[in-house]
Design a protein around this ligand. Sequence first.
Ligand code: ATP
Ligand code: MG
Length: 290
Amino acid sequence: MDTTGQLLRIAIQSKGRLYEDTTSLFKESGIKINRSERALLVRSNNFPVEVLYLRDDDIPETVASGVADLGVVGLNEVLEREEDVDTLLHLGVSKCHLAIAVPKHADYSGPQWLENKRIATSYPNILNRYLSRHNVKAQVHVITGSVEITPLIGLGDAIFDIVSSGSTLVTNNLKEVENVVDSDAVIIANRSLSPEKKETVKELLFRFQAAIDAQKKKYVMMNAPKDKIKAILDILPECAKSPTIIPLADDQWCSIHTVLEEKQFWDIVSDLKKEGAQGILVMNIEKMVL
Ligand code: ATP
Ligand code: MG
């Protein structure tokens, strides 16, 4: 089959956090990408897609200009670069947020505190938009790395940077005072894709969505006394009310199978045990088509 017109070029990070997450998403979606070391453009042999490996900073522009059709990149980069692209899907990985932080003992009282202060950041566009929304005039200093040490060495009064667990802030005697925007990895697309390419995008998103849905869910199996089936079904959340019930060799017992979100499982596991459920198994689901 000639798939030339449908071939999508998708830009992903060549190494780093997003590289790992994106590579496993391709794998879980059944798309084979055999990258020999440091190759920059690799075509899949079982799906009409070729992967272009770049620094994440360059991905929004590459997609906006049409050099790549799609890209996987942090929403933080999309918002900073202000390129003309469509955001198609949130992947829910590489989660972080962009926050303003100030020295631990500063008497921060709100955005007005930032007036005339020096703020170090690698995200000047997002920061400037935030400051102008709050009518604050500050001196924005752009630096590309180690933003969190600038107050420590007297280079600034505050920082605006990526935060995930917050431990880097604590280590550098800073405290978060404003969460400006939440970010996760997103798929972005060029705005003028051909109808053939749009078809491939549809199929790709369908596969990615199935892999993402499966990541959140667990397949749960347990053995239970037959006279406890009703009590156990009452404990299961609404979305799992139609579980599979399988007889066991011992005719007083059965096996109950269902699909749950991992968090829901932890919420109900002790109640399940109280009702006599035993041998509870929790398994990963590879794909889930809803
Ligand atoms: P490159 O060399 O490609 O420019 P980088 O150093 O800019 O890489 P990484 O540190 O790999 O980028 O981060 C890539 C993206 O992952 C960030 O833009 C952000 O969306 C997300 N990210 C960064 N730090 C964290 C974190 N601590 N926790 C979760 N996600 C993060
Ligand atoms: Mg980068």
